[in-house]
Design a protein around this ligand. Structure first.
Ligand SMILES: Cc1cc2nc3c(=O)[nH]c(=O)nc-3n(C[C@H](O)[C@H](O)[C@H](O)COP(=O)(O)OP(=O)(O)OC[C@H]3O[C@@H](n4cnc5c(N)ncnc54)[C@H](O)[C@@H]3O)c2cc1C
Length: 380
């Protein structure tokens, strides 16, 4: 339960909870096992308006604030932290990039198609040389007559059923070099997606390599200023997305906590309820405390954002600390399940695996701590 929410925010949260229980929970083990997003679920998500929740009304969305979006992601993550991770990319990260960088015409062209689920989006920055150290990135946009050509490859792009890709790349204009963002459509000649790759956690999101061979990019597919897009994304769009990601980690811990609570209440050991054994009430209390602290931190971050205070350091605090703490909580809770926790059939170890994957995606803890450390030391 989240505190200090408005009636509207609570209504969205409760609707998401009901949807997650009915539509996502029954599919969660299948998504994890098969590494696939069921298309029927995507269609229902679009019908319920989840993909357009954070997109302003003038572009066909609901125009809800970030707090509402995070409350919704938390609920979805309670059923499937992996699927919620993918939704976070489609609900917050990609629309924010278009909203922050795009022209009015680009927003009107791109965003309504994401709201309807017709063309979901993916965002790709990471390359073999790493995610954040962009000076080493090789994907390049080169001027060619009145248009451009895109060449290169990316790693770990979370795609689900995306058809529109937002690609960060090295750029140049009149000899001046920079780092920009271009829109690539899945059907464009020269675009390719590597086959599905199994992974430890956050399964079902189709996270993998993509590549570009001499793709023609028209000027209206360049988002924002060709040379400086990354500064805007770093300062604004990523903050919302770090908080969205943290909300899926919080939901992961809460979902596992609720399931574990049910389990320990019904489990008998040595002829008595398991909770009568001294460590368990204490361990559950310690998990509860950390969940309350994560919630307080995350929703302070969303409130700051909703009030227009764009604070990248706080975004990194939420991403690194909430995600790390959620993993610790899931690790502690797994122990309560004994051998049953190791078995895939209980569906509980995916919370542990998903919470672990969330320490890497959207920038590893170390990258975020480097940002926080620089700020704390007064270096920037
Ligand atoms: C499930 C999943 C989904 C993903 N989805 C996407 C996506 O949709 N789009 C996308 O662009 N990327 C995506 N990524 C990539 C993700 O952002 C990177 O994997 C992550 O940022 C780490 O980069 P790397 O894998 O290159 O590791 P490396 O850069 O090789 O890092 C190795 C280690 O060094 C640490 N490190 C990094 N920077 C610093 C620093 N400044 N100081 C100290 N240590 C540091 C890292 O945290 C890590 O522990 C995804 C990754 C995963 C696992």
């Amino acid at each position: 339960m989240s505190h200090f929410v408005t009636e509207d925010q609570a209504a969205f949260r409760d609707a998401a909870r009901a949807f997650a229980l009915k539509e996502i929970e029954p599919l969660a083990n299948r998504i994890d096992r098969e590494e696939r997003t069921p298309p029927e679920l995507t269609a229902k998500m679009a019908e319920q308006g989840f993909f357009g929740l954070f997109i302003p009304e003038e572009y066909g969305g609901t125009g809800a604030d970030l707090t509402t979006a995070c409350l919704v992601l938390e609920e979805l993550a309670k059923a499937s932290p992996a699927y919620a991770g993918l939704v976070s990319v489609e609900m917050i990260l990609c629309p924010e990039v278009v909203l922050v960088l795009g022209t009015e015409e680009q927003k009107r062209r791109i965003l309504p198609k994401t709201v309807s689920g017709e063309r979901l989006m993916a965002y790709s920055q990471t390359e073999p040389s790493g995610a954040g150290n962009i000076e080493y990135h090789q994907t390049k946009l080169t001027p060619d007559g009145n248009a451009y050509r895109l060449n290169g490859s990316k790693l770990f792009c979370t795609q689900g059923e995306a058809r529109t890709y937002l690609i960060m790349c090295r750029t140049e204009r009149g000899g001046e070099k920079g780092y920009g963002c271009v829109v690539v459509e899945a059907e464009q000649e020269g675009f390719s997606v590597a086959p599905y790759e199994d992974k430890l956690g956050w399964r079902g999101t189709n996270t993998g390599p993509i590549s570009f061979t001499d793709i023609e990019i028209s000027p209206d597919a360049v988002l924002g200023d060709l040379l400086t897009a990354n500064a805007d994304i770093g300062l604004i769009a990523n903050q919302a997305s770090f908080l969205g990601h943290a909300a899926t980690s919080l939901g992961c811990a809460v979902g596992m906590f609720e399931k574990t609570l049910e389990y320990v209440k019904s489990r008998e050991l040595y002829g008595a309820p398991m909770v009568a054994l001294s460590p368990w009430a204490d361990r559950l209390a310690r998990c509860w405390n950390r969940i309350e602290a994560m919630r307080a931190t995350l929703y302070t971050g969303t409130r700051l954002f909703d009030e227009g205070r764009r604070d990248l350091v706080f975004g990194s605090t939420c991403k690194s600390w909430v995600c790390e703490t959620a993993f610790e909580v899931c690790n502690d809770l797994l122990q309560a399940w004994g051998g049953s926790g190791m078995m895939d059939s209980t569906g509980i170890n995916r919370y542990f695996r998903d919470s672990r994957a969330k320490l890497i995606a959207e920038g590893g803890t170390e990258m975020h701590n480097a940002i926080i450390g620089r700020y704390a030391l007064g270096f920037g």
